[in-house]
Design a protein around this ligand. Structure first.
Ligand SMILES: [Fe+2]
Length: 489
């Protein structure tokens, strides 16, 4: 596919259209605070620390997530929609501080000047919305943040990355990998190999020829390789798996069809088997397409290889209601039944046989993470858990799971707390798990630190502030003031 065809495929994606405005249900749930949003940046604040920050733990926890829900009297209706904010928790000798800055995308600046939302969101339609000229008009940079070569990248999944200053959180501009790839989707879940190189996908399910873009970026930020792959069907893809030799993506059974908004168009199709796509990392060529029963996975754990087998884990939903219903009801702050939680499953691909086993591990969890120093070893996965019985359908616990046996260690903060994505941080002695959280009954946002080997003993330290910040998606931890990449830890 040449550049002209590529742009046409992108242009055929007026991604973001129509959803009827739904009024807030009477009797708003207590957890609604996490979805109230902000109207601007959050100034630096010192947190009240309970316990002590360990001497070998210092650095910054950066997080990204939807934050600006309302403008000009109107409100977004889906968790994917609001403009992104980078939040930073800094751990040092003086304690813990927090600040937040909105990512100043072109969209945000244009809408700021207009005093209203000008473009539709992925799940919200405004009757007077301007037509999207490209995906970049809807780029809210609100899903994740990852380090690369001294900068941070605020990532969306349907457009460009935004460069962020790790010290000031200022938006420095849009990251272009090459002239040909300007504005081409770059997912929010790049993965680093054991040399520090970055690998990513970009999903382009629109138009007559749905495409997947594959990226290999050197640790100094230069593009090593990029390749387009034509998909057999326009499924949703959010994350992928990296192994020593392969890049594995899963084309989900939420398939782009007719509908109003992008989210509405991504319809669950149980008769469409999902497809595991196995690419050779050396040249990004497709090696195998392997069907598995219809599933919906946002996030995967790390991958490893043994003999002819490729193994990895994923948080698998039985359908796509998390995206079509759950994330909508959360943003609308409505009580009700949201969705079924994701169960951790282990995938084992027998590459010569072109076959795969999918084995449930008996743990409901999301936001899987791992020790990034050894990305290709079967190792403990960490995540948020307890979704199956919480008021909001969001997790109230942190969990560590052995991907081979399913054996768990966990700590549950109990009702009233929403645990955000926990991150593994290596220390000099202990290893740590750090995560932010919302205590919505107390009306406080906080951050907690646990011993990664002993989660059940509870937090070593908690620090809270007298304000609530919007619940977000993904983050990264950088030790000290360094921002050169996870393998520098
Ligand atoms: Fe994600």
């Amino acid at each position: 596919m040449n550049r002209r065809e590529f742009i046409q495929a992108l242009g055929a994606c007026p991604a973001l259209q129509a959803l009827p405005h739904m009024a807030l249900a009477a009797g708003s749930p207590a957890w609604k605070l996490g979805f109230d949003g902000v109207s601007g940046d959050l100034s630096p604040l010192s947190l009240k620390v309970q316990g002590a920050v360990p001497e070998d733990f210092s650095g910054r926890l950066y997080r990204n997530g939807p934050a600006l829900y309302e403008r000009g009297g109107r409100r977004y209706q889906h968790w994917f929609d609001p403009d992104g904010m980078i939040q930073c928790y800094e751990f040092g000798p003086k304690g813990v501080t927090h600040q937040g800055r909105l990512v100043r995308t072109a969209k945000l600046q244009q809408e700021e000047r207009a005093g209203r939302f000008l473009f539709d969101g992925a799940g919200t339609h405004f009757a007077d919305a301007l037509p999207a000229r490209s995906n970049e008009d809807g780029n809210v940079a609100n899903i994740s943040i990852q380090p690369l070569n001294g900068e941070l990248l605020a990532l969306w999944e349907a457009g460009s990355a935004h460069r962020i200053d790790p010290q000031t959180l200022e938006t420095l501009g849009v990251k272009h990998w090459s002239d040909e790839l300007k504005g081409v989707p770059f997912s929010a879940h790049p993965h680093f190999d054991d040399n520090g190189d970055l690998w990513n996908i970009g999903s382009v399910p629109f138009g007559a020829r749905p495409m997947l873009v594959l990226y290999h970026v050197a640790k100094d930020g230069t593009l090593r390789n990029a390749r387009l792959h034509q998909l057999e069907f326009p499924g949703y893809m959010h994350d992928f798996v990296l192994t020593p030799r392969y890049l594995v993506a899963l084309n989900n059974s939420a398939v782009l069809g007719a509908g109003d908004t992008f989210v509405d168009r991504m319809r669950w199709n149980p008769s469409q088997p999902s497809q595991l796509l196995v690419f050779d990392r050396s040249d990004l060529s497709l090696q195998a397409t392997i069907e598995v029963p219809a599933t919906f996975v946002f996030h995967f754990g790390n991958g490893w290889e043994q003999g002819r087998e490729i193994s990895f884990t994923g948080c698998a939903y039985p359908d796509a209601r998390i995206m079509s219903d759950g994330m909508r009801l959360l943003a609308q702050q409505q009580s009700g039944a949201y969705h079924t939680g994701a169960e951790l499953v282990r995938y084992t691909i027998d590459l010569p046989a072109r076959a795969a086993r999918v084995e449930p591990l008996g743990v409901v969890m999301e936001f899987p993470g791992f020790d990034q120093r050894q990305p290709f070893r079967a190792q403990t996965l960490y995540g948020s858990a307890g979704q199956e019985r919480s008021e909001s359908s969001l997790g109230s616990a942190v969990v560590a799971v052995d991907p081979l046996t399913g054996k768990q260690d966990r700590f549950d903060y109990g009702d009233g707390v929403v645990v955000e994505e926990p991150l593994f941080v290596p220390g000099k002695g202990n290893n740590y798990l750090v995560h932010s959280y919302l205590d919505y009954r107390a009306g406080r946002t906080g951050v907690a630190l646990l011993d990664a080997q002993r989660l059940a003993s509870g937090p070593l330290m908690r620090a809270e502030m007298d304000r609530v910040t919007p619940l977000g998606f993904h983050g990264c931890f950088l030790p000290g003031a360094d921002a050169s990449g996870p393998n520098s830890a």
